[in-house]
Design a protein around this ligand. Structure first.
Ligand SMILES: Cc1cc2nc3c(=O)[nH]c(=O)nc-3n(C[C@H](O)[C@H](O)[C@H](O)COP(=O)(O)OP(=O)(O)OC[C@H]3O[C@@H](n4cnc5c(N)ncnc54)[C@H](O)[C@@H]3O)c2cc1C
Length: 374
């Protein structure tokens, strides 16, 4: 309920203008976003590597609707990968990149002019082809630098196209990763297919709860149902031959992953958390020997990302909204208009059966990181 209210409020260009202009918003951006440009991203990646953490970098932006902008995003990633390689950060996949298909053209209108939102997103063959070609070039640059790409999951209308793009890319670059969202009803079926795809060559799969506001026909909306779906999907992935990437800050799900991970070969899965969230837990897991990758966004188009994080943390949003009414907050110049997707709200309590925490967690932190070669 609160999330839907946030969605309605944050989608307004007026609210966007107010929020992007406040000093409080800028302070929150600094917590969750590495900075405006590739140099900031490289600096933060270097710091995280020095702390024994793996990294995936995301150039912020989504819903690109023209081919030139999509090409600019592709170029940004390729330049970033060159900088990372020059800094020695990409070896063995220690720093990789995450790419949103809609940022590189998935929503490009079809040549008949039908707007993609009037159809199924990702339905435009032209959009899917463009996104594939752009990500393929990013994957080639990543491969040349000794690392790889993970294809982020966006709203449910893009799921089929995103999974297809990743599957096609894996024919040439087997380490390209897919992302699935436990909130979607279809995901348990998807992870079963992914977990057994190619048996020896089963892919890297990031499992997250899902940050988009979805219709009840497509997604679980009860947080407890989402958690149960996460646990079911996690079990499928952890019992499969692939490389699971467990993307959550939820302590109970982290404990379940640790317990299931005890039955897996050494270093055959990783935890993933977002930059600026539960940094203490990231450090604790890494110190315990686990592989931990931090998802680090950068770039000027941070509004949608910030709103998703705030929707997961209503208390922070309250602070931010209050700042609009504080001196220096209300009359700041507005930022650029645009659209933003939104995330879920974390409930105060929910019940989930969790196995006891294991004494240790398997992984390979503290050693040179070995990338999944699949
Ligand atoms: C590495 C990574 C990659 C992701 N990639 C995608 C993707 O491709 N597509 C997609 O839809 N979603 C993605 N997500 C987002 C994900 O779907 C969730 O929206 C987000 O992770 C919050 O869910 P949670 O599992 O942490 O659980 P929650 O139930 O939201 O949170 C669990 C606990 O984590 C802590 N916490 C959560 N959020 C915050 C916060 N903002 N500040 C402080 N503490 C917090 C709190 O202690 C909270 O109780 C990704 C998340 C991660 C970690």
């Amino acid at each position: 309920m609160l999330r839907r209210a946030l969605m309605a409020a944050a989608a307004s260009d007026q609210i966007r203008g107010l929020l992007t202009g406040t000093p409080a918003a800028r302070a929150m951006v600094a917590r969750y976003v590495a900075g405006d440009n590739a140099s900031d991203a490289v600096r933060v990646a270097r710091e995280l590597r020095a702390a024994g953490l793996l990294v995936t970098l995301d150039y912020l932006g989504e819903d690109t609707k023209d081919a030139l902008r999509a090409a600019a995003v592709r170029t940004e990633y390729i330049t970033l990968l060159e900088k990372l390689q020059a800094d020695g950060l990409t070896a063995d996949g220690a720093v990789e990149v995450s790419v949103k298909p809609t940022a590189v053209g998935l929503l490009l209108p079809s040549p008949d002019g039908a707007p993609p939102r009037a159809r199924q997103a990702g339905d435009s063959a032209a959009g899917e082809r463009l996104a594939f070609e752009n990500i393929e070039r990013i994957a080639a640059a990543a491969d040349a630098a000794g690392t790889t790409v993970t294809i982020d999951a966006e709203d449910h209308r893009t799921t089929d196209a995103s999974l297809r793009i990743a599957g096609r890319l894996r024919e040439r670059y087997p380490s390209v990763g897919s992302v699935v969202q436990a909130s979607l009803r279809r995901t348990e079926t998807d992870v079963r297919a992914l977990a057994t795809a190619g048996s020896d060559d089963a892919p890297r799969v990031r499992l997250c709860k899902g940050a988009y506001n979805e219709p009840v026909s497509e997604a679980f909306t009860d947080p407890h149902e989402i958690d149960k779906s996460f646990a079911r999907c996690l079990r499928v992935l952890m019992e499969g031959p692939g490389y699971p990437m467990v993307a959550t800050h939820d302590p109970r799900l982290v404990r379940i992953a640790a317990a299931l991970g005890l039955a897996r070969p050494f270093g055959s899965f990783e935890y993933q958390m977002l930059y600026g969230i539960r940094a203490d837990e990231q450090a604790r897991l890494a110190a315990s020997g686990a592989s931990v990758r931090v998802y680090v966004p950068y770039g000027g188009d941070w509004y949608g990302y910030l709103v998703r994080r705030l929707a997961e943390r209503p208390a922070s949003l309250g602070l931010l909204l209050r700042s609009l009414y504080s001196p220096g907050g209300k009359h700041q110049p507005p930022g650029p208009p645009g659209r933003a997707p939104f995330g879920r709200v974390t409930p105060a309590s929910r019940r989930l059966v969790v196995p006891p925490a294991p004494r240790s967690v398997r992984g390979n932190a503290g050693r040179p990181t070995k990338p999944p070669t699949r």
